[in-house]
Design a protein around this ligand. Structure first.
Ligand code: GLY
Length: 461
């Protein structure tokens, strides 16, 4: 946890963004895995952690905008708990660590909320995403669970986005440490990518690196020789020469700052001509997109720049045809690059996504597209100093999608379907880095992870 003053200052900034009422933050509870006493590893809610920093289950926080007070609600453990869990800090001690003046048992939260409702005070809360929290919130506020979403506070959501999107130096340092652990995860994974190895041997090893060096992986490891499936969590294939291995993995620390990196390598360590050709196209798109990062540039524009690079590269390989700029404008590249260029990264690997993708990523100026491909872009608005974004272009040959497009003759002026057919056994390639938007440009975070063909072949030698 940071010093208590960090959390007090964050709550003060939040207070300054809103006018009146109560802000209610419910921390996360333990969640059963297969029976009540066997729970998943505890993971605190990121908003609760950002404003209060406390990592115990069953806590709630209230920021009273009218009284100017902050409170923490939770129960002290009893001797039965101590026998199983050891001595735990009291709620009063925990509140002090968060710079909060008032601490009270959980039962009194019901009273505070009841009184606020009775006097018609506004209670601001964010959309809950866990079943336990939905039930708790629904009981507390006496709102049917299906109506909670409609009653969330947009001013609160917008204020949190404003605060959390811009990372300060301390936060960037934490993210960067996680990219450095990802360096170890990825370089280890690359070295293990030999014919005969089963994917889960690598996935388990790199998840172990995360657990042993910082904390859990920041999302379930994506690792597959079938990289054409964008989020492939099946780890049962045996690696074979001629396939490429996509590893998309990151980790988070006890403050929840995370990393999210993707590398794609040839099984066995040597690119063949076909792999090198496609790889260089993705790499050019990755580098061109990173180079374009600076405050004031809409991320949607950078996405389209990457799309155009991909169209140019695939045209030079004979897979696409015609004018690549026009091809990208018409969306022909989305047969191969159907997802968005990246997303914000922070205390959530898709930072803040639980508050609503469109509120985070779009505004009056930049609206979300409804077109296939571009519609998957999670973030399109202008970049600002302090934002941390992933940049992760890819090229995938998805046989089922190719068949549909070919049958429809879709954008046939831009796609050499006969050539595409010969790539149906290729798989996919994605290259992803974590980028800080600086005052005049960008900084790629963390220790450089081998990325060029030469660097990867050297590491895997
Ligand atoms: N790296 C996984 C994701 O962005 O969803």
């Amino acid at each position: 946890m940071f010093q208590s003053t960090v959390y007090s200052a964050r709550r003060k900034r939040l207070r300054d963004e809103l006018s009146s009422g109560l802000i209610l933050f419910l921390g996360n509870q333990e969640v059963p895995f297969n029976y009540p006493a066997n729970t998943y590893s505890f993971r605190q809610d990121s908003n609760f952690s950002y404003f209060f920093g406390l990592e115990h289950p069953d806590l709630a926080g209230i920021i009273d905008l009218d009284e100017g007070t902050d409170s923490i609600f939770g129960n002290d453990v009893d001797i039965d708990d101590i026998i199983w869990m050891g001595v735990q800090p009291t709620i009063k001690d925990q509140a002090a660590k968060a710079g909060v003046e008032y601490a009270a048992p959980l039962a009194s939260l019901n009273e505070v909320i009841k009184q606020a409702l009775a006097t018609g005070r506004k209670i601001h809360f964010v959309p809950p995403y866990r079943g336990e929290t939905i039930l708790w919130l629904s009981d507390l506020l006496d709102i049917p669970h299906l109506e909670l979403k409609a009653n969330t506070s947009e001013p609160l959501i917008r204020a949190i986005i404003k605060l959390r999107m811009k990372k300060d130096g301390m936060e960037v340092a934490e993210i960067e440490k996680m990219v450095d652990v990802a360096w170890k995860m990825h370089t280890t994974g690359m070295k293990m990518a030999r014919p005969g190895v089963v994917e889960r041997e690598i996935a388990g090893t790199i998840e172990g690196i995360a657990l042993s060096q910082c904390g859990p992986v920041s999302f379930p490891v994506i690792l597959s020789i079938n990289g054409q499936t964008l989020h492939n969590h099946y780890h049962g294939n045996t690696l074979v020469e001629g396939r490429m291995l996509v590893i998309d993995a990151g980790c988070e620390n006890d403050l929840h700052y995370s990393s999210d990196i993707t590398r794609t390598v040839p099984v066995g360590g040597k690119f063949n001509a076909r792999q090198k050709g496609i790889y260089e196209v993705v790499l050019n798109a990755n580098l061109a997109a990173i180079e374009a990062v600076k405050p004031g540039v809409p991320f949607k524009e950078i996405h389209m720049l990457a799309a155009t690079e991909i169209a140019k590269g695939l045209t030079s390989l004979g897979i696409m045809k015609g004018d690549p700029v026009e091809a990208a404008l018409k969306g022909a590249h989305t047969l191969f690059f159907p997802h968005g260029l990246g997303h914000p990264l922070g205390m959530d690997v898709h930072d803040l996504e639980g508050l609503g993708e469109n509120l985070i990523g779009y505004d009056e100026e930049v609206q979300r597209s409804k077109e296939f491909g571009l519609a998957f872009l999670r973030f399109g608005r202008k970049l600002q100093e302090g934002f941390v974004m992933t940049i992760e272009p890819g090229i995938y040959f998805i046989p089922e999608l190719i068949d549909i497009w070919r049958t429809e003759g879709k954008l046939a002026d831009f796609i050499n379907y006969d050539v595409v057919e010969t790539y149906k056994d290729f798989g996919g390639i994605r290259i992803e880095d974590d980028i800080l938007v600086t005052a005049d440009g960008y900084r790629v975070l963390g220790k450089p992870i081998p990325k060029t063909v030469a660097e990867i072949e050297e590491l895997m030698k």
